[in-house]
Design a protein around this ligand. Structure first.
Ligand code: SAM
Ligand code: SF4
Length: 435
């Protein structure tokens, strides 16, 4: 989400004549786009700002600014108490960023932290380098108020961008040779605009160009409708991969988290999706050590992982966030226990991912080639529909952006290895040329 927001910010600043500096030392303005979701994210930013403050001592005219959720949460601390930055601008005030930069250049503090009920940056053209993969923010904010989460406070109420503006953006990306678009939102499937729901949006995006893959993240189980599952099933270019955060396997904890579903309801969605799309893969988010979580609650989470067998998971220790409801609950799972439970969860996920990847050995997969493998120029890398990285020996006739088939011959928990078997479609920079 911050990556997509940074492209919006670059679009706004470029329209005002700013250019991207090649090095930090050359920059007159340094903007750090921040995340507040867990405490360690904020601590890392404080570390980074400390380094920038040192840099500024040798270059006093340099403007340092904090964008994003930390600007919203910690404006006073950053500007008045720690005096670390010249401007703070929250996620709904980027349009006015050039003004705040001017204010800072004139020696005042630029502060823009109002949240908006309507801002979607619909008409802003995000600045994107040419490439294969693009993020598109289709809705902003969150109305769910999970008790542990700062997002509703730092990003404000839910609002969605118009379907037509999103489709137009995909048309431009397709013509530029992009091959994959990820629709983004805190609860992307609660998208709602001018009578269109998220399934309508997915369909409209999928028919723009059959060679542009459509992904989406993140979906909330409460809003994952049958209509959406049917839409995913209907289009070959909608990836059969659903990130569906479960957070915990215990109904008692889910209720304390205000997640608005039970684990039985969650299973119903998984089962319905698998019935429609036998090859669909799932990933999830899990929090270990939420207040009052017992060993039995933890075992319920393990049970869900064993039942669903996720392809991947983002796994976190509970981090108390000031201002949230859970912050008032006793953070009573000792740090060591939280750590141990998290490790159990990570180890289990690791072995499940590994087993699922072993099962793919001998199978043929279509992948979108992304380019040279990071480790060796003799190999190329690409991704399956289910978002798995596949490494294969470089081929003369294969370039980044091509769809090819590979036969999987080896797998670890994180990566698959395969042999090239054929071209499905070559990349074309004007999508109408793709046949
Ligand atoms: N909207 C998405 C959803 O409801 O699933 C998730 C968005 S949130 C930015 C990403 C993940 O961060 C959450 O799914 C949750 O697992 C984790 N998270 C959020 N607040 C947290 C906290 N206070 N401590 C630990 N993890 C947290
Ligand atoms: Fe946070 Fe819950 Fe909203 Fe996700 S749904 S962003 S976890 S409040």
């Amino acid at each position: 989400m911050n990556f997509a927001d940074t492209e919006v910010v670059l679009g706004i600043l470029k329209a005002k004549g700013y250019e991207i500096a090649q090095t930090l030392e050359q920059a007159n303005v340094v903007l750090v786009n921040t995340c507040s979701i867990r405490e360690n994210a904020e601590q890392r930013i404080y570390g980074r700002l400390g380094n920038l403050k040192t840099l500024k001592e040798g270059k006093p005219d340099m403007i340092i600014g904090v964008l994003g959720c930390m600007a919203e949460r910690l404006r006073k601390d950053l500007i008045e108490e720690k005096k670390m930055v010249d401007l703070v601008v929250g996620p709904d005030e980027y349009r006015r960023l050039p003004e705040y930069i001017d204010i800072a250049f004139h020696g005042d503090k630029g502060i823009g932290v109002r949240l908006s009920k309507t801002e979607t940056y619909d008409d802003i053209v995000p600045y994107r380098e040419d490439g294969l993969q693009a993020w598109i923010s289709v809705m902003r904010g969150c109305d769910k108020f999970c008790t542990y989460c700062v997002v509703p406070f730092t990003r404000g109420r839910e609002r969605s961008r118009s379907l037509l503006s999103i489709v137009d953006e995909i048309k431009v990306l397709s013509a530029r040779g992009f091959r994959e678009v990820t629709l983004l939102g805190q609860n992307v499937n609660s998208y709602s605009c001018e009578g269109y729901d998220f399934a309508d949006l997915m369909e409209a995006c999928a028919i723009v160009d059959p060679f542009v893959r459509i992904r989406f993240s993140t979906s909330h189980p409460q809003d994952l409708s049958m209509k959406l599952l049917q839409t995913i099933a209907r289009y070959d270019n909608i990836c059969k991969y659903i990130h569906l955060p479960v957070q915990s396997g215990s109904n008692r904890i889910l209720e304390l988290m205000n997640r608005t579903y039970t684990i039985e309801k969650y299973y119903e969605i998984i089962d319905a999706a698998r019935e429609l799309m036998p090859d669909v893969s799932f990933s999830t988010d899990i929090i270990a050590g939420f207040p009052t979580e017992t060993w039995e609650d933890h075992l319920e989470t393990i049970k869900v992982m064993e039942r669903v067998r996720y392809d991947g998971a983002y796994m976190f220790k509970y981090s108390p966030r000031e201002g949230t409801k859970a912050y008032k609950m006793p953070d009573d799972v000792p740090e060591g226990v939280k750590g141990k439970r998290l490790q159990d969860i990570i180890d289990l996920q690791h072995s499940i991912s590994s087993e699922l990847n072993q099962k793919l050995i001998g199978k043929s997969e279509v992948i979108l080639v992304e380019g040279e493998s990071k480790k060796s120029g003799a190999f190329f890398a690409g991704r399956t529909d289910s978002n798995k990285m596949v490494i294969f020996p470089r081929q003369q006739n294969v370039e980044a952006g091509d769809y090819i088939t590979v036969t999987i011959n080896r797998g670890t928990s994180a990566t698959l290895f395969g042999d090239y078997t054929g071209i499905v479609a070559k990349r074309a920079v004007n999508s109408s040329d793709v046949a």
